[in-house]
Design a protein around this ligand. Sequence first.
Ligand code: HEM
Length: 470
Amino acid sequence: MALPNPVKIPTFVQIVRWFVSPLSLLEECAKNYGDIFTLCISPQLTPVVIVSNPIALQQILTGDSSGNFTAPGYQNSTFGCLFGPSSLIAIDSTEHQRQRQLLTPAFHGDRMRSYAGAINDITEVIIRNLEIGKSFSIRDVTQAISLRTIVKLVFGFYEGDSAKQMENLLNQMLNNISSPGGAAMLYLGFLQKDWGSWSPWGKHIKLQQEIDNLLYSEIQERRKQADTSRTDILSLMMSARGENGESMSDQELRDELLTLLIAGQETTATALAWAFYWIHKLPAVGEKLLAEIDSLYEDFPDNPDINAINKLPYLNAVCCETLRIYPVGMQTFLRRVEKPLQISGYDLQPGTLLYGNIYLTHQRQDLYPEPKKFRPERFLEKQFSPYEFLPFGGGVRRCIGAAFALFEMKVVLVKILSAYSLTLVDNIEVKPKRRGLVTAPASPINMLITGRRNSSNRNSISQDSSIATT
Ligand code: HEM
């Protein structure tokens, strides 16, 4: 079966480069072959077509309804081994649809907005512990914030011994899989060998068991003491019933919890770290954003309304440009061709695998002139289609946490920038690199707090008081 533009680099070299420097491999291929080419980088090391043409992306990501494409869960074996077979990422078809319907409300609308206060408090506690004038890694700070936030979202609490233990273990697990070697271990089944707790996979298994113990004991606690007033995601899942009245098993609950805890943490933490970098690297961006945030406090002197934060145009543009220039997820999950069809003039046969490439789409000169330049204004000047700007993927597997992640980014940025002055320690250019399964800063972004801003009243963000936090 002829595939579009097979890349003429030995397979072994493709794989090594895919783990060590995927962005330079992708850019080289785009330069040589255009916006459709074939690499051997799927988890099974079979050929996979890489697409970064918006028209083709629209065809692929809307293709489920016509039965032309599927987004098969079994193809996401990388994540299946991390999260388990009942993870949202590993299931598909009707089961996938049903599970998404159950989880989606927790990440949207009033339920989402009700978390503004908690995110605000979490941020306040973490930032208050930093000493003025002492350097810190902004990624450590954003990681702590997003980890506590996702624990709160999932369990309804973020304080106490089990929350702390969970935080600690998840941090260790993320660090273990964050190197190129760690990512390779998840991707390539033959590297998953337990040679004791000193080996990466052995360490991974041990951490996974400790996390499982905590998750299962929380599930057991709740089974013993059902509390129907709780609105956290675990309670939501435990009260759900399937078509025949069956509830989710412990294993299903565990897989879904782990998926959300990991997927919701690493991604948002990285995006926020990049946002702080750009805002402080480019003074003009920082000044414009601060002026917008300060005007918000003029309208709401006591504390800003969460809906007003959500609507700030420049803040939104800064978040979008952050997610455009170095998208945390460089590609969508795999899609599979189900019927013979044409994409970008190439005939594709059933069984062909495709990745929608988010990074290359966001680097297109025709859509984003001077694509390597961080310029939030492009999002004020033009409305991009969901196939031109797709940091959260699209179609049936579009990121379930997209709205929540953007919301969290905005609340944290407003909270910190309105109350503190920060600066970058080194004025160096930070490039992106693979960190496990995401794209993250290649070197630490060290910052320091230079002082507090006129802030006595800048400690809280109001939310609709009719919405109860859990
Ligand atoms: C800036 C933050 C984030 C980015 C850039 C991001 C990016 C992505 C991308 C690119 C996909 C693949 C979509 C596709 O294949 O079309 C995805 C899927 C997913 N994301 Fe996110 N994500 C973020 C935050 C979150 C959060 C906060 C959560 C949950 C708490 C989350 C949970 C998930 C899940 C469960 C899926 C799989 C959905 C499915 O298979 O149906 N993500 N995300």
